[in-house]
Design a protein around this ligand. Structure first.
Ligand code: PGA
Length: 545
């Protein structure tokens, strides 16, 4: 059973999601049949490509069963290669005769396909438009969609020619269509095509999309603004468009990958941004190739179980011009996105892991009702993610490295080579280091008793000491809160965000951390703890797609 969706964001577009290609073909054929029954002299706009073939078979069967009659039907085809002769098996005239016209009782004189051998393309295109006009316009236009969003041969471009015209094919289309030719060099480089205005003049439009390789185009059609970069997006201004697609083309399941120093987390986010699957593997840091191969292997397992439209990856380190360089992971100017895209044959986007977590909080977590927020991730160091106008702010590639703003120019040495970075004072490592030092110097304290169990302290023990009114722990905590709040105040002064979100294991302390911190911050701004906790990285990575 197909599902019908009315997407209020997409004016006029009704979406029918079918289970498979057969159902698409039957559904589309039923719509065409309905029109022919109510208007025997209907004018149809037809499309070629692999997608409408099933619908043509259904229509031929309906015609043979006398359910529909093509005797008085007039057709205009969307496009034709140029130059190409009509007896070339790759010409669209040949295609239409083979897949439809030769199987139905249509009058061949009523079938109009642009002449791929015409001498003057301007005259050919002009006459074609005039003939459509003479027939009273197209009642129903059938369309496929290219992987790059083209309809007919209206390719993404800065300007789109609105009426029937000669056009150059893009590399993407030449590559996609080369499957029908002996080799890519045989694909014509030009074509004659109805323009966007010709298509939009049709009274009704059906857009067919099948298979995972159309998912990106379908998603962009629904989510993107109306733009010449995505010719199909123009259909949104038409009042009667029906997109008939299968689950593979419609599914917006995305994989989010969160690469950490010890484990790589994977998650699947569904159409409504709900996390529907989670798993993890240890991080293989032996070599770049082994690390990438381990990610590819796990993604392939997931792809076998879910229809996936793309993959987002959050990685530690700096990403500049798409190249990743990280300290504890074997990435050095690594084209992580490009490599994964090649190996997995799906769109891949990458961003810094802290940025991903911030994006997740801003879209689905604590910050979902605000447009700007700063996420502060407290751990071994301090990571950060800046969300401005609901988008990650990356600067030239490494914005958000808030752990490295200097609060003491001659202060403690930092791993980055500078002195006095904030994370040397306000990270969890800094807190525990100070707590251990204080415990050693105060052997009678409650904190020291906890410390002596393993000659080290963890966050749970530290907050336990605070709960037990350990005055030494309180002193350390006061000092820590001083540094943490000073840094947060500075961030507020710089970015003036609507919200601060705190993340990292220490936030499990909840109000024991939050309340005394809020007391120290003078600005009236909500400070909240990450709602998505450990899932933020994978959710945010998937949201990149
Ligand atoms: P396809 O082509 O049906 O062969 O996928 C559609 C298009 O490129 O418009």
């Amino acid at each position: 059973m197909s599902v019908i969706i009315y997407n209020s964001e997409v004016v006029g577009v009704k979406i029918i999601v079918c289970n498979d290609y057969n159902e698409i073909s039957k559904t589309a054929a039923d719509i065409v049949a309905g029109i022919l029954k109510s208007k025997p002299k209907a004018v149809l706009g037809l499309a070629t490509g692999s997608t409408p073939v099933g619908m043509y078979n259904e229509l031929a069967e309906k015609n043979q069963n006398k359910e529909i009659d093509f005797k008085d039907v007039v057709t205009f085809n969307l496009d034709e290669y140029y130059p190409i002769s009509s007896d070339n098996p790759q010409s669209y005239r040949y295609f239409m005769n083979k897949h439809l016209f030769n199987k139905i009782n249509i009058n061949m004189e009523n079938t109009h396909i642009l002449n791929g051998m015409c001498k003057d393309t301007d005259i050919e295109c002009y006459n074609f438009e005039k003939m459509i006009e003479k027939q009273g316009g197209i009642d129903l236009q059938i369309l496929g969609i290219g992987q790059n969003g083209h309809i007919g041969f209206n390719e993404p471009d800065v300007t789109l020619n609105s009426r029937t015209h000669l056009t150059d094919l893009t590399e993407n289309t030449i590559e996609a269509n080369s499957r029908f030719f002996e080799n890519v060099s045989e694909v014509p480089r030009q074509a004659l095509t109805m323009g966007i205005a010709t298509i939009l003049s049709a009274k009704k439009i059906i857009l067919l999309a099948s298979g995972r390789n159309k998912c990106k185009a379908v998603k962009e059609l629904m989510n993107s603004k109306i733009s010449t970069d995505n010719p199909a997006s123009m259909l949104k201004v038409h009042p009667d468009v029906t997109l008939i697609c299968d689950k593979e083309a419609y599914s917006n399941n995305r994989i989010g990958v969160d690469i950490g120093g010890t484990e790589i987390k994977f998650g699947v986010l569904d159409d409504s941004d709900k996390l529907i699957y989670k798993t993890d593997i240890p991080t293989n840091t032996d070599s770049e190739d082994e690390l990438i191969n381990s990610i590819v292997k796990k993604c392939k397992e997931i792809i076998d179980c879910y229809y996936i439209s793309g993959i987002g990856v959050g990685t530690p380190g700096i990403i500049k011009n798409g190249l990743v360089t990280a300290a504890n992971i074997p990435f050095s100017n690594t084209d992580l996105g490009g490599k994964l895209e090649e190996l997995l044959n799906l769109p891949v986007k990458t961003s810094n892991d802290a940025n991903c977590a911030a994006l997740a909080e801003s879209k689905c977590g604590s910050g979902k009702n605000v447009n700007s927020m700063v996420m502060i991730s407290l751990g071994t160091g301090i990571g950060g993610g800046l969300i401005i106008d609901n988008k990650i702010y990356e600067g030239c590639g490494k914005a958000g490295e808030i752990g490295h703003f200097v609060i003491d120019y001659d202060g403690k040495k930092c791993s980055c080579g500078t002195k006095g970075c904030w994370e040397q004072y306000a990270s969890v490592s800094a807190l525990l280091k100070n707590a251990e030092f204080a415990a050693k110097n105060n052997p009678d304290s409650y904190l020291a008793q906890l410390y002596m169990k393993k000659n080290k302290l963890n966050g749970i023990q530290f907050f336990d000491a605070l709960k037990n009114n350990c005055s030494i722990a309180k002193e350390v905590f006061e000092d820590y809160l001083g540094y943490l709040s000073t840094g947060i105040e500075s961030l507020i002064n710089i970015f003036d965000p609507e919200m601060i979100v705190l993340a990292g294991g220490i936030t499990n302390a909840g109000d024991d951390l939050l309340m005394p911190l809020i007391d120290r911050i003078s600005a009236e701004i909500p400070i909240e703890i990450s709602a998505l906790k450990g899932d933020a990285g994978i959710v945010g990575a998937a949201l990149l797609i």
